[in-house]
Design a protein around this ligand. Structure first.
Ligand SMILES: Nc1ncnc2c1ncn2[C@@H]1O[C@H](COP(=O)(O)OP(=O)(O)OP(=O)(O)O)[C@@H](O)[C@H]1O
Length: 478
């Protein structure tokens, strides 16, 4: 595609300059850029206005709602430039697929895998608690922060395949009998391969496969290209055999996922606790750096010496427990696939991000490995009412520069789809918090063991978390 209107040096809305292309996804292109007023580095995702499957509006709608989740990319503005819709967001660093492949043996240490898992589950919980499924969970859809102080934070990106799974009433949409395949073959749940309607559990199955790949460097179906064959292999490995070389918490993780039905809310706290317990058993502390931070620091300072010692300790623990025995494989990022219920499939290219980010030494404290409390959940729920305070806003309407998201008016709620049979969605959010910290709430508090499937949203609360989506987006048709 020729980037007419988004060539390097282009000025968007007199404020954003395009620097270079940094990513190519199935549904658009991503450019790095700069805010010429304050020199802030930004990313711009663009989509042609005449694209048949427009997903950017949905992405904007979902991202705006998630702005108070510390593990979701910051939205800045959106609009139209020439023949393109665009979304300006925070420029992030490398995605997790790139980072893993950059590891010498193509895998992350178990410590980094576990910490990543905790953050990834947390971002998925935020998405789910807003009433959305992500449906394309994979390593290239998580990126670390760009600034040195944020290279220990993982951000969820790409809401192009998101779908509302709750109705305005708060009830889970009834499962459809048969749907097309959605997602990326390597990480999709077995349900997706079977064309079953997806629920919250399916995003967690993808996280599970991602974590195995992180820790072992590969998945058994890594060499297969055909999605049906991949699905068959997943069914064959749908036993603890899949995680036999990993700590027992992984089979407990799997057991929990297997216990979930379509409409069930996963026990996010339980899953995070499993990962945290495993992490603690390795003798690692919250300040143990991620693998890429150690490489970055290169042993130059006393703090990095300390980090190296922790890394060595981790290695010893792994060797003792016999868990560090996977062979290395380097793999390219798999692509998103859409298969309509008719069976027509689209394999979508996912080229690698050649982000050339300048990285400095990171002396910042590391976030705690878990500990998201009910306050942070309430921030997420309230975000839909506060309507993205602190973000630039933006509009698809070229004439408008209102920061109050006029694009919302153009978006059509897809919540009406479905039949009369409704299943109640449970939620453990505490909606009384006024905490509005943005992207900095990494301390969280304790991982309380309160029953998480008991508290339900009131009708009003659910209304506040109902977002609107464009009629042409995948959201409304899938
Ligand atoms: N805010 C950002 N900052 C830096 N890089 C980004 C940002 N957003 C996206 N990217 C890069 O661009 C790649 C593609 O972005 P994204 O997943 O949003 O596009 P997509 O068209 O939906 O892709 P896919 O087909 O893989 O789902 C990402 O894997 C990431 O490497």
């Amino acid at each position: 595609m020729q980037n007419i209107g988004f060539a390097a040096g282009s000025l968007i809305k007199g404020r954003w300059t395009v620097v270079k292309k940094i990513g190519q996804g199935a549904f658009g292109e991503i450019f790095s850029g700069k805010n010429i007023i304050n020199n802030e580095q930004i990313a711009i995702k663009v989509e042609k206005v005449d694209t048949k499957k427009q997903v950017l509006r949905l992405e904007v709608a979902v991202l705006k709602k998630l702005q108070l989740c510390p593990y979701v990319c910051r939205f800045i503005t959106c609009g139209r430039h020439n023949d393109y819709n665009y979304m300006v967001m925070e420029l992030l660093g490398e995605n997790l697929s790139e980072l893993r492949r950059r590891q010498l043996d193509g895998k992350f240490s178990l410590g980094s895998t576990l910490k990543l898992g905790v953050q990834m589950i947390q971002s998925l919980q935020a998405v789910h608690d807003l009433g959305y499924l992500h449906r394309d969970v994979k390593p290239s859809n998580f990126a670390i922060g760009l600034n040195p102080s944020k290279r220990n934070i993982t951000y969820l990106i790409d809401f192009g395949l998101a779908r509302r799974f709750v109705l305005a009433s708060g009830e889970v949409r009834p499962a459809r009998d048969s749907t097309g395949f959605r997602g990326t073959a390597r990480y999709a749940s077995i349900n997706s391969h079977l064309s079953k309607d997806l629920g919250r559990r399916d995003d967690l199955w993808s996280i599970f496969y991602v974590l195995i790949e992180f820790a072992e460097g590969q998945l058994p179906w890594r060499k297969l290209k055909d999605k049906d064959q991949i699905g068959e292999m997943k069914q064959k490995y749908n036993t603890p055999e899949l995680v036999k070389d990993l700590p027992p918490q992984f089979s407990q993780f799997m057991k929990h996922l297997k216990s979930l039905n379509y409409e069930d809310r996963p026990n996010y706290v339980f899953l995070q606790t499993l990962l945290n317990d495993c992490y603690a058993s390795l003798g690692l502390s919250e300040t143990t750096p991620f693998d890429w931070e150690i490489q970055l620091n290169g042993g130059a300072s006393s703090s990095s010496t300390n980090q190296q010692q922790q890394q060595q300790q981790q290695q010893r623990n792994l060797n003792q427990s016999g868990l560090n025995n996977s062979s290395a494989r380097l793999m390219a990022s798999p692509s998103t696939i859409e298969v309509e219920a008719s069976g027509k499939s689209t394999q979508l290219n996912n080229s690698n991000n050649n982000n050339n980010n300048k990285v400095e030494n990171d002396s910042s404290p590391h976030p705690q490995i878990i500990r998201r409390n009910s306050e942070s959940n309430s921030q997420i729920a309230n975000s839909s009412e506060s309507d993205n305070k602190g973000s630039g806003g933006g509009s698809w309407n070229q004439k408008s520069s209102s920061p109050r998201h006029k694009d919302k008016n153009n978006l059509q709620d897809d919540a009406g789809e479905g039949s009369q049979k409704h299943l109640k969605a449970s939620n453990n959010n505490n909606y009384n918090s006024n905490n509005t910290n943005h992207h900095n709430n990494m301390n969280g508090g304790s991982s309380s063991n309160q029953p998480i499937d008991k508290v339900e949203l009131s009708h009003q609360q659910q209304k506040s978390s109902t977002t609107k989506c464009c009629s042409t987006s995948k959201c409304s048709v899938m």
